[in-house]
Design a protein around this ligand. Sequence first.
Ligand code: DLL
Length: 433
Amino acid sequence: MLWNSNKEAMSFEDRKKLQGVRLHKLVERLYHSVPFYRQKMQEMNLLPSDIQTIEDIQKLPFTTKEDLRDNYPTGLFAVPKSEIVRVHASSGTTGKPTIVGYTRRDLEIWSECIARCLSSFGVNRDDVVSVAYGYGLFTGGLGLHYGVEHLGAMVIPTSTGNTEKHIRLLHDMKVTTIACTPSYALHLYESIQKYGYDMNEFSLRIGIFGGEPWTDNMRKEIEEKLHIKAYNIYGLSEIMGPGVAHECECQDGTHIIEDHFFPEIIDPETCEVLPDGVQGELVLTTLTKEGIPLIRYRTKDLTALHHEVCSCGCTEVRMDRIMGRSDDMLIIRGINVFPSQIESVILEMREFEPQYQLIVDKKGNLDTLAVHVEVKPSFMSDDLNAMMVLKKQLSDRIKSVLSISAEIVFVEPGSIERSQGKSCRTIDNRKLI
Ligand code: DLL
């Protein structure tokens, strides 16, 4: 069901006009409030008045995660700090996280975007929604939470952590809708079996899955096991969080909420803009954000766009499932991990060589991470206890920086292959079925 047909079923022409007006206003605002953008535009001899229509967007520079890091923590904020009412953070490429600030209006728009997603999945005010994305700096939990409240359904802020308690709540509260990562949904099913429940005792009917890549085969498996319809929701913290794009009841592509987020697909090597149907890197411009608006943000997510109108009546462009990334970011149990973050932790500890390898795998439906690392010969010891303490120090440090548990494996000095060119730091044995 459409939530706001004025926006979702707009004609292409009207939407383009609206996007052009919003883009012009955005550029005008950024030129005067964010030195980073003013300088970039001056280098390109561009004035805000050069940007009048949405097609003019191609004149503008790209923004990257590195730009966010270089302007850490708040250099790209476009409003005074007193107007920011909340921050979230996502993984940076090194030790520094990426900080995202929201004004009150940004939060209102976010809630409305989530309500639009929920409505397109068929969630309504009679539904009981368990939000089992992490609450906290991650945008999944709080993002979904306020959207469910905005829609007027009942939200249960389950967060992550206690599966047994979660299953009891799903059962006793007759939860109809669950929001979590797709791999957690499969883990939940296994746990439901383990605790001896029968799936027919539950009232679940809809699943809202995202935060990590998944496939149509996984959808089929989840739908069959949990007796639900499983929908894809996409988003990223830098742009807002979940709710940038969503499937509809047709389950035939993910609609981008285009009156707020303007999408382009580029060739990640040449940065040339690619036509519909051709896979490349998704680039997004936040047309209405106030706290930290981004122009042509390179998401690194690989997908393709399709403008044919969908049978649900929504005229918003659809994108394919995310097929991969053009950088080396991993998503492990829903947490974004850059190998360079683990490298920074290892390099901070004098006991280790700057040599490591990450082995990512799946145990059942849960991701596992093993960090293979070489101890410097001068710190090697036969004292098993001392070696255990060192392992614990490294795993605690990784946990505190990345919020993820890793198994630490000490390997022989010199045994990690030294590469001549691009080193292969990661072996990902997970297969997306
Ligand atoms: O994962 C926001 C989110 C939360 C989306 C809950 C959906 C549900 P980040 O932690 O910043 O934000 O990670 C963003 O996760 O660039 C993609 O690579 C990946 N990603 C997110 N949703 C999907 C999806 C949240 N539906 C990064 N399919 C993005 C594939 C996804 N990948």
